[in-house]
Design a protein around this ligand. Sequence first.
Ligand code: DX5
Ligand code: ZN
Length: 226
Amino acid sequence: MKVKLAPSILTADFTRLGEQVREAEAAGIDWWHIDIMDGHFVPNISVGPLVVRSLRGITSLTIDCHLMIERPDDYIPAFVEAGADRITVHVEACRHIHRTLQLIRSLGARPGVALNPGTPLIAVEEVLADLDLLLVMSVNPGYGGQSYLPATTGKIARAREMIHSRGLSGIEIQVDGGIKAHNIAEVAGAGATVLVVGSSVFNQEADIATNVRALRRGLLARSHEA
Ligand code: DX5
Ligand code: ZN
């Protein structure tokens, strides 16, 4: 599967979000990753359906909502209605994960499940066939700008093995947190097919196009290694 870049708008400049969205799309990104935080499941509060609706109005790319919230079932309809194409919930926040995935799919969106660094892959073994995406968190959720947890690389490889051994190779493996130009090849090489990139795209060091190019170059390093 093509390795896709999914910028998280969490660290974007919200005073000119539309401009930054256009800049990033001109630089060649694949999806938009919207980090939704409620201040309960994670310490931080970020954005809700309102921002998804605004983004829907200016992009035709996939909008992938990462719900880092308690009781996601209560809010899934609002995110689908706002224009989310994909909705990922945390298994740690779902009492009935199988039913939640059915709800997302019944509303016409593509379901995903996210696992925190401390949650074993076995937690989603029974619902793998119901997923379009598995998100392996490479930081503890709540903030952009954190460092990649090195143990994630082995977990990504085990996730790929768990998925492919069941013949479910259509499932996207997404990784989120601390992905930079220097480690992106390692993350993709372990089996990630969607890379969430926040502060490595939106930062003060360089403009968006330069940052996206650096990430793409980092990915190319992998193909030379292989
Ligand atoms: C954590 C967020 C971040 C964000 C990516 O809850 O999900 O991982 O999207 O931010 P960076 O790329 O800056 O770690
Ligand atoms: Zn995220």
